[in-house]
Design a protein around this ligand. Structure first.
Ligand code: ATP
Ligand code: MG
Length: 178
């Protein structure tokens, strides 16, 4: 029998595919009877297809909880305190899910982004992930993964942009980007 060991997985880098890679892993996990929760730190502006696809699988198998709001200010100026509050609530939800014993895989979608903007504390996240129940798999997505998270992780994949349609002026496509 393969050993059961919860993996800490990080999908980062500037190329497209971090969240979709986490969704693909979640899809595979559901097929193996694993219970999956994805908490989303930053909610995009569109209605994402995965929200409805997860419902088709069943909320008891794959639950997605969007917990951010639209767009967070990027660079310059101060981060809106409301966005910091939402990010911290999302982290709390992810943390509780990891420790609850109810889930086999917990995806923290875009957590890297909120750590890199100091909306949540890197050390707190890293310590909590280090001490988590051993069998729980965790996936952290988002650009600019924190070096301490990368160090702790068992698997880190960096998406590298080779080509993206956006640079040709092709906008986000339904079913591919949202
Ligand atoms: P996806 O959700 O498609 O897997 P992602 O999680 O890797 O993308 P994010 O940083 O979360 O990337 O950005 C989400 C949105 O930005 C998506 O609509 C995606 O198509 C777009 N995007 C991702 N990478 C790039 C890029 N290199 N250039 C332009 N747009 C991008
Ligand atoms: Mg993403």
């Amino acid at each position: 029998m393969p050993e059961e060991k919860g993996l800490l997985i990080v999908y980062t880098g500037p190329g497209k595919g971090k969240t979709t890679c986490a969704l693909g892993t979640a899809f595979r996990a559901v097929g193996q009877g694993l219970k999956v929760l994805m908490v989303q730190f930053i909610k995009g502006s569109w209605h994402y297809g995965e929200l409805d696809a997860a419902k088709l699988l069943g909320d008891d198998k794959f639950e997605i909880r969007p917990m951010g709001r639209g767009f967070v200010k990027i660079g310059g100026g101060e981060t809106d305190p409301q966005d910091i509050k939402l990010a911290q609530e999302c982290w709390l939800a992810g943390h509780d899910a990891i420790y609850s014993g109810k889930y086999d895989l917990v995806v923290l979608d875009e957590i890297n982004y909120t750590i890199s903007y100091k909306m949540i504390d890197a050390d707190e996240v890293v310590e909590a992930l280090k001490d988590r129940p051993e069998r729980v798999h965790v996936i952290c997505t988002g650009r600019n993964a924190h070096p301490k998270l990368v160090e702790l992780a068992d698997l880190v994949t960096e998406m590298r942009e080779v080509k993206h349609p956006y640079t040709k002026g092709i906008l986000a496509q339904r079913g591919i980007d949202y």
